[in-house]
Design a binder for this molecule. Structure first.
Ligand SMILES: *Cc1c(COP(=O)(O)O)cnc(C)c1O
Length: 644
């Protein structure tokens, strides 16, 4: 660097969460005048497109720094200590503290528990064992530093954690009064951390905490007088430092030591179990109906999406038998090659007429319908506006499309309007569940369509849980709202109330023609068996003919909510999905197990299906549940909640 003056550029991006600013990313550079633009742009890019989320606000500060006020330091030397377990890593920290002249390492290490959730670092007087940060919550933030760059170094807007950590550790190690530093990441999946000092250098330890733990933080170890303490804080926060000769990479690719390949998998499993998030499957030995047999025992099934109890309907059974006799089973190819039969076409015509659209296209599952359709409708440069509680298949479709994903607050049409205004785009789509799969509430369709129309955006609605459930005759979301207008892309499944399997999209002929030609999940997968198509067809016919199933289901919902109310559990659901929020993952399991012991099969839904700490029972009703069964179930839930 030759110019007399340099510029410091600092970026801080944040987003709003429940009204408060949440930090997304921050970074700083110290660069020469001609490079200011390019680095500033790189930092803006980095702050605006961070994996932690879209920034709502970005702060960029640029100011001049006199070269004579900058201290140049040589980077600490780097060494890596491989340890097999995190306990051994903790031993390494102890050893390091002893080497640093600290006789009571255990006492110092106890402070690591307090660094949890601190924004900055702790400044710890190692002799008196007291914390010296003026603001305990904020901690000390070491800033105003960068590495020296050579001509031709890449700029890169991604964070280089490795280099940035060495720059910081070098500044800290050279601070008056600081004898060392301990740093553990708060990322639950990242267990490598470091200890450092001027004498020892930068010592990476490959495992410093238990996998899956969010407990991390940074301690600056201080030894000195009160006056030196002020000096140290001033140096850490205000002194401009440029670090020379920062090593570029952990190691050359060729020396990279290969990890034990099953290590991460094993750890992930242990962590799931420790956090009560491990899932095991129950095995059902009978047909899917309001009662099922598990391990030879009878259970009332209140967890199934087979809301109208159509899956084992005689019409479906005979459709399967007859079509098997006629077609055998496998379809032998994708729809565009040899896998299209008269029954495939008939099912598409049927669903189009049931949903009052020009045409329809069938996909192998509802999951594939969403993923394939969204990724066909939008691409890089386009925008998807998506409800924050949308089904995982919608989220995955958005991700695969590479379009910009803007999530809006759950079923909040004002927020949707706001997000559309804030994110102008040429082509965009707004997508929502009709009935939300874990909360059971209903999309405000008329306003949703108004907004899509006003803004020339495609509307897409997922009817997985609305068809057969809401609307006077079970036709779903449009019938429920008595909405005349059509949704551009009306997606649904045969796998829920229709008692079959597969997904579909209904809409205008041009939409369906487009999807048939572009949707990869349709094109590159063998089509479902004609037998499945025949079963789905029979399922829709049952739904159309036996409206009493829909009416009974709707009655059961009302009845069950009233029963729950008797135990102080207030749920106002109009759909077959009745969420009983419990919160804690372990409690939710306890309640679900209690119900199981009493002959009721109800799932406990936990993270990642719902947010952490929002674990719940997801009661799913069927038209064939009796009043006595519902009454008993409400009573058991009431008891279980009192017990916990
Ligand atoms: C179940 C579900 C899907 C996926 O349908 P499958 O046929 O089970 O793959 C899609 N969207 C929603 C809202 C769902 O509940």
């Amino acid at each position: 660097m030759s110019a007399e003056e340099l510029y410091s550029i600092k970026m801080r991006a944040s987003k709003k969460e429940n009204g408060t600013d949440v930090h997304i990313s921050g970074a700083e550079k110290i660069v020469e005048a001609p490079d200011v633009d390019i680095f500033a742009n790189a930092l803006i890019e980095r702050g605006m497109h961070h994996s932690k989320g879209e920034a709502d606000a970005l702060n960029l500060k640029i100011h001049k720094v006199c070269k004579e006020n900058i201290i140049y330091l040589d980077a600490l030397s780097v060494e890596t200590i491989e340890v097999e377990t995190w306990e051994k890593g903790q031993e390494e920290i102890k050893k390091y503290l002893k080497e640093t002249g600290i006789d009571n390492p255990q006492d110092v290490m106890q402070f690591l528990d307090e660094t949890y959730a601190m924004r900055g670092a702790m400044l710890l007087d190692v002799d008196r064992l007291i914390r010296l940060e003026p603001d305990k919550k904020r901690g000390i933030r070491a800033t105003n530093m960068d590495q020296e760059r050579m001509k031709g170094d890449r700029i890169g807007n991604e964070k280089n954690h490795y280099e940035e950590a060495i720059v910081l550790a070098t500044k800290v190690a050279n601070c008056p009064g600081i004898i060392g530093e301990i740093c553990i990441s708060d990322d639950p999946e990242y267990v490598t951390g470091y200890v450092s000092s001027k004498e020892i250098g930068y010592r990476r330890i490959t495992k410093m905490k238990r996998m899956g733990s969010e407990k991390g933080g940074r301690i600056f170890l201080f030894r000195g007088t009160d006056a030196e303490e002020q000096k140290a804080i001033d140096f850490l926060q205000n002194q401009h430092v440029i670090v020379r000769n920062v090593p570029k990479k952990i190691c050359k690719k060729s020396d990279m030591k290969r990890a034990q390949k099953w290590d991460k998998i094993d750890k992930a499993l242990v962590s799931l179990k420790e956090n009560h998030l491990f899932r095991a499957m129950k095995t059902i030995e009978s047909a899917q109906s309001s009662h099922v047999t598990i391990d030879g025992k009878d259970y009332v099934l209140m967890a199934s999406n087979n809301y109208l109890d159509i899956a084992s309907h005689p019409s479906i059974k005979s459709a399967v038998v007859e079509s098997t006799a006629m077609y055998g089973f496998g379809s032998g190819g994708s729809r565009l090659t040899t896998g299209n039969t008269v029954i495939h076409n008939a099912l598409e015509n049927k669903i189009a007429s049931y949903k009052e659209t020009e045409a329809a296209i069938v996909f192998n599952t509802g999951y594939v319908a969403n993923v394939a359709t969204i990724s066909a409708m939008v691409k890089k440069g386009d925008t998807v506006f998506s409800d924050e509680l949308n089904h995982a298949s919608i989220i995955d479709g958005c991700r695969l499309s590479k379009a910009k994903i803007v999530t809006y607050a759950h079923n909040d049409m004002d927020d949707l309007r706001k997000k559309i205004q804030e994110n102008p785009c040429e082509t965009g789509i707004v997508v929502s569940d009709a009935v939300f799969s874990m909360d059971g509430d209903i999309l405000k369709l008329p306003e949703f369509l108004d907004i899509c129309e006003e803004n020339q955006l495609f509307s897409m609605v997922d009817e997985a849980h609305s068809t057969g459930v809401i609307g006077k005759t079970g036709h779903g979301i449009r019938e429920y709202w008595q909405e005349k207008r059509q949704v551009d892309i009306l997606m649904g499944t045969f796998s829920k109330s229709i008692g079959g399997e597969g997904g579909y999209v209904a809409g205008e002929t041009r939409l369906i023609n487009y999807l048939r030609n572009v949707a990869r999940g349709f094109i590159f997968s063998t089509s479902l068996s004609p037998v499945t198509m025949a079963a789905n067809l029979a399922g829709i016919e049952v739904l159309e003919k036996e409206i009493s199933r829909v009416t009974k289901l709707q009655y059961n919902v009302k009845y069950f909510c009233t029963q729950l109310g008797k135990y102080g559990i207030n749920v106002k659901s109009e759909t077959a999905i009745i969420p009983v929020i419990i919160g804690d993952e372990e409690n939710a399991l306890t309640v679900s197990n209690y119900l199981h012991e009493n002959g009721y099969f109800i799932s406990a839904i936990r993270y990642p299906t719902v947010a952490k700490g929002a674990a719940r029972l997801r009661v799913a009703l069927m038209s064939s549940h009796t009043e006595a069964e519902l009454k008993k179930c409400a009573e058991l839930i009431g008891k279980a909640l009192l017990m916990k």
